[in-house]
Design a protein around this ligand. Structure first.
Ligand code: PLP
Length: 368
């Protein structure tokens, strides 16, 4: 079908997984495959990683976990979103791990236990400074006491999440880590043993090597992009997604001709304009028209005028262009590379936003 294509290089995903494990000295990895595997396709990425030996996956919603189970994924799956009463029975049926992040989750679980005699497995989330989900640090002692008084509830893990691990200034992240270590010491004193303690994300893998604990949660760097430009980029990760769009039309225009909405771009000289069938509705970053470019046959060409919903235009100058060929929008192919990091820096967003925006009509093609 004609339209944008996301070529997903599963071999690069596995390469990244191996490189990261090596960097971590072999620590186990919890692969974060929420939001459709950061736009890369959750099922295909999870299957490839599971085959490689990764045994733990994280998603955000219950439906995302069900999608993986229905696709035959056997490994552990944790759900990061808020625990809901409606999931409890199915979490047990589907063997999915829940997130305990509020005091009243105990009430939910105990009410369920009193009716069913069962408890889903869950991990306890401590808020050490993200101020999103999680038991506030100040309440950790009380919650650990409740946990030790309720051995019928199956808590297998304890974790927290960094707010600033991918920044150059790490004081706040280090303070969060101290808070987490205090909670772990308290749990130790109380004789509470967790199968898994986890904290690291991609930024922490690169910036805070002493936050590995028992398993390391990783999203962005698995997909081959650095979370920010403030982390040491000392691991050889490769972009998993190669996003391409087809040239569907070319036309010669005269110098001074305006191109696209608003007429904000006019050609400085007579030129060939190519129409690429990819637009912001497919996830192409709209602000990237200003200073943005694409790659065709090894050369960079400027985007001409505003990106439209379904199409964008490229200034091919006087070069030969074949309708039906594809241009590289971002990613890597042989010597051609245009990284999400470069685009996101230019338009002041992040690779997380770029990758997860790839959706809609974009066809994913999995390459082994
Ligand atoms: C709780 C949690 N852990 C880990 C991650 C993975 O983060 P990253 O993609 O930076 O590795 C995320 C992603 O947002 C998250 O929400």
């Amino acid at each position: 079908m004609i339209g944008p294509k996301a070529y997903i290089h599963l071999d690069r995903l596995i390469h990244n997984y191996r490189i990261i494990r090596q960097h971590l000295g072999g620590s186990p990895v919890m692969a974060v495959v929420k939001a459709n595997g950061y736009g890369h396709g959750a099922v295909a990425c999870t299957k490839a990683l599971e085959k490689e030996g990764c045994g733990f996956f994280a998603v955000f919603t219950f439906d995302e976990a069900l999608e993986l189970r229905q696709a035959g994924i056997q490994s552990d799956i944790i759900i990061f979103s808020r625990m809901q009463k409606e999931f409890l029975a199915e979490a047990i049926d589907q063997n999915v791990i829940l997130n305990m992040s509020g005091q009243n989750d105990f009430e939910l679980l105990n009410e369920f236990y009193s009716k069913s005699g069962e408890s889903p497995i869950f991990h306890l989330k401590i808020d050490t400074g993200m101020s999103r989900l999680g038991i506030p640090f100040e309440d950790a002692g009380r919650v650990l006491t409740t946990l030790s008084e309720n051995p019928q509830l199956k808590c297998e893990g304890i974790y927290s999440h960094f707010a600033t691990a991918d920044e150059g200034e790490l004081d706040y992240a280090e303070w969060q880590l101290e808070q987490f270590n205090l909670v772990l010491s308290l749990a130790d004193e109380m004789g509470i043993d967790f199968k898994y303690r986890h904290f690291s994300n991609s930024g922490a893998v690169l910036n805070l090597p002493n936050s590995k604990f028992d398993i390391v949660r990783i999203g962005m760097i698995l997909y081959g992009a650095f979370p920010s430009d403030e982390v040491p980029m000392n691991i050889d990760i490769k972009p998993v997604m190669e996003f391409r769009g087809p040239i569907v039309e070319t036309r010669r225009i005269k110098a001074g001709t305006k191109v696209s909405y608003g007429g904000v771009w006019a050609s400085p000289k007579d030129t060939t304009i190519g129409v690429i069938q990819t637009g912001f509705a497919d996830g192409f970053p709209r602000p990237w028209y200003d200073g943005g470019h694409v790659i065709y046959k090894g050369k960079h060409y400027s985007i001409a005028g505003r990106v439209c919903m379904d199409q964008l235009m490229v200034d091919f100058s006087d070069d030969n262009v074949t309708v039906g060929d594809e241009v590289l929008l971002f990613g890597e192919n042989g010597k051609d590379s245009l990284h999400m990091e470069e685009i996101s820096q230019h338009i002041q967003t992040t690779p997380y936003v770029l990758a997860t925006s790839i959706h809609g009509r974009t066809e994913r093609i999995y390459l082994k």
